[in-house]
Design a protein around this ligand. Structure first.
Ligand code: GDP
Length: 376
């Protein structure tokens, strides 16, 4: 197996796990109507999602009712009514003078009478999180006892999505999230950390303005999408190019026979530098995202130091790192020639031997057929 291939596979598997592994199904009530309460900031696509969801359930043969609980924008009620007509689902409205929790309750009673399977309740969003919105949601939730409380988040908000889901979960308690506008330019990065940070899964995704553009959230497809569209792929591609130039198989042999030397080390260091920013690459690897900019700068500085030290070695020393491991005199000379300390030289030598062991272990696992997972 080529180096390029396992890098991609490991990153892919890590992404899938990070996003929850499996599809997270919606729950339905055992008796009476299933109630889905939708929350979210203004403009994220909440009202659209209401109708999309109704359409989605209708296709599964379930009857639906929409409840217009956004009393702050009369336009929101009109919009929901129009969308309801479009998907041919009844919409319960009570104007803007009734409390949202009362509207929700009345809508629910109406749905129960009509033996509706799923009731979807729209609520008012705000531009930002505020206490009034949270209190109102808590109120509606208390009277409805919903089966699902889903937070609608806009994929364009990027990493902010995870923070939003966490906040709403702590404040009102949610069962999951719906990520909208994945058809935009955003790369789906918003999906990455929602589960890990908030503990709540993304259950559905919106991929466009049409009523059909709603589907379950598949972590493996999303991982593919992120790899396919994001910077990760270009990183892997570049790694691949560099590896091909150097002949990946040759490298693999060297690793297996523990011949990986300072020349290989230097080539790799240069390859990383060539790939552009180390920080970008580090930031893309799940679990590594917590690395601070200061740590990244240090990593970049360390790469430069390594290069200077390796250049001060004789060709023989580069090929046989043992020479340096065995001789303090050689290490001292390299330190003097490179302008670095003896300690820095010793560290680099130790690092190469550590790397040999780690790479050999990794390759051994790969040969054995099972994938190692990167530890966080
Ligand atoms: P609300 O304020 O959260 O209720 O948001 P709306 O449902 O009114 O949606 C705001 C805008 O986003 C509308 O123009 C929608 O057509 C659009 N929208 C909603 N979902 C999607 C989606 O998945 N993709 C795209 N491209 N646009 C969407």
């Amino acid at each position: 197996m080529g180096v390029d291939c396992w890098v991609l596979q490991i990153v892919h598997d890590e992404l899938v796990q990070l996003m929850g592994g499996e599809v997270s199904e919606l729950t339905f009530a055992k008796t009476g109507p299933t109630v889905i309460l939708l929350a979210g900031l203004q403009g994220v696509g909440k009202t659209t999602v209401c109708a999309k969801l109704a359409n989605y359930f209708k296709k599964q043969g379930k009857s639906c009712m929409l409840v217009a609980g956004d009393v702050y924008r009369p336009a929101a009620i009109d919009q929901l009514t129009i969308l309801g007509k479009q998907v041919d689902v009844p919409v319960y409205t009570a104007g803007t003078d009734v409390k949202p929790s009362d509207i929700a309750k009345q809508g629910f009673e109406e749905a129960k009478k009509k033996k509706i399977d799923v009731v979807i309740v729209d609520t008012a969003g705000r531009l930002q999180i505020d206490k009034a919105m949270m209190d109102e949601l808590k109120d509606v939730k208390r009277v409805l006892n919903p089966t699902e409380v889903l937070l609608v988040v806009d994929a364009m908000t990027g990493q902010e999505a995870a923070a939003l889901v966490t906040t709403f979960n702590l404040e009102i308690g949610i069962t999951g999230a719906i990520l909208t506008k994945l058809d935009g330019d955003s790369r789906g990065g918003a999906a990455l950390s929602v589960k890990e940070v908030s503990g709540k899964p993304i259950k559905l995704v919106g991929r466009g303005e049409r009523m059909e553009d709603l589907e379950p959230f598949y972590p493996d497809r999303m991982a593919g999408r992120i790899l396919g569209m994001g910077d990760v792929l270009s990183f892997v591609e570049k790694a691949q190019e560099v590896m091909q130039q150097e002949d990946a198989e040759d490298l693999q042999k060297k690793i297996m026979s523990a011949k990986f030397d300072f020349n290989d080390f230097l080539k790799q260091t240069r390859a990383v530098a060539q790939m552009g920013s180390v920080s970008r690459v580090i930031g893309m690897i799940p679990g590594m995202a917590k690395v601070t900019p200061a740590q990244i700068r240090e990593a970049e500085r360390n790469l430069e130091i390594m290069e200077v030290i390796i250049k001060a070695m004789t060709p023989e020393e580069r090929e046989k790192p043992e020479l340096l491991a065995e001789s303090p005199v050689r290490r001292k000379r390299v330190a003097q020639d490179s302008g670095k300390t003896e300690q820095q030289v010793s560290q680099l030598v130790a690092q190469l031997f550590q790397m040999r062991v780690r790479m050999k272990n990794l390759m051994g696992v790969m040969e054995g057929g099972s994938m190692p997972t990167l530890s966080n």
